[in-house]
Write a protein that binds this ligand. Sequence first.
Ligand code: NDP
Ligand SMILES: O=CC(=O)O
Length: 291
Amino acid sequence: MEIGFLGLGIMGVGMARNLIKHGFKVMVWNRTISKCDLLVEEGALLGKSPAEVVKKCSITIAMLADPAVALSVVFDEDGVLKSIGPGKSYVDMSTVDPNTSCTIHKAITEKGGHFLEAPVSGSKKPAEDGTLIILAAGDQSVYAEVLPAFEVMGKRSFYLGEVGNGAKMKLVVNMIMGSMMNAFSEGLALTDKSGLSQQTLLDVLDLGAIANPMFKLKGPSMIKGQFNPAFPLKHQQKDMRLALALGDELSVSMPVAAASNEAFKKGRSMGLGDLDFSAVYKVMMDQSSPS
Ligand SMILES: NC(=O)C1=CN([C@@H]2O[C@H](COP(=O)(O)OP(=O)(O)OC[C@H]3O[C@@H](n4cnc5c(N)ncnc54)[C@H](OP(=O)(O)O)[C@@H]3O)[C@@H](O)[C@H]2O)C=CC1
Ligand SMILES: O=CC(=O)O
């Protein structure tokens, strides 16, 4: 199967590499073209623009930063829309809001193309290991067509019905994750300011009912002050913002998510946006410094 791949950021590079490793013929494009070099050495073809990738491939996957970027890669000059048409499928795996997905879906189907949204849960390592959780919605024939690719990128995929449902599910999951990270960070800060051992807190948490893989994975590096980006804080804040907008639309009160969003916004204003989202811990530590 010939697959196009647009967007070789933290996630895209691992996902595209898995496709290549499993024998798919892959054509890649990235705004910063130099990021394609390694994958080209590993066997990928290089596309000069999204339009060229879609022209050459029957299925094109995108993994892009945010709604504005997802829209620009489709609608801008030499974008996806230029080459999409009958017999061509576009699969957007970026985390965006349902309205963005619906706008892209409408434009693509108006040109006779097919669209599936398929955001993922799981970070840099699951992208590298092919163990993502894929939340697909939209054209079910595209879902069936792209399933062999999902099987090498993920450990499980869900088909959730109409376009927008994948985006909504992803935003709910990341809203919960972002709120948990805030509670965890506050707990670590409070432990430190109480003169207690943060390692002991990690050990205690890991033995009890709120043990979870995220605390186990992120805790040790957080207490060492290491925040190498697996999931950048700026993207987590974008997801909290989009989840809150969904809550506004549906009149769901989400005070915990709103407070967490404020902490991520503060993190961005402190210049932490490109660090891992666990760097929100620095916001708590900064706020609790003695004056
Ligand atoms: N990292 C994670 O743990 C996870 C991320 N996600 C979601 O996946 C998506 C990608 O995340 P991630 O790989 O971490 O993000 P990165 O920031 O590492 O990569 C973003 C990608 O978008 C491209 N891009 C940014 N701005 C533009 C633009 N103006 N025009 C064209 N391309 C652009 C970047 O290109 P360039 O290289 O040129 O900057 C890059 O390919 C996001 O929606 C994120 O929320 C979902 C699950 C986990
Ligand atoms: O979107 C981030 C993730 O870890 O999932």
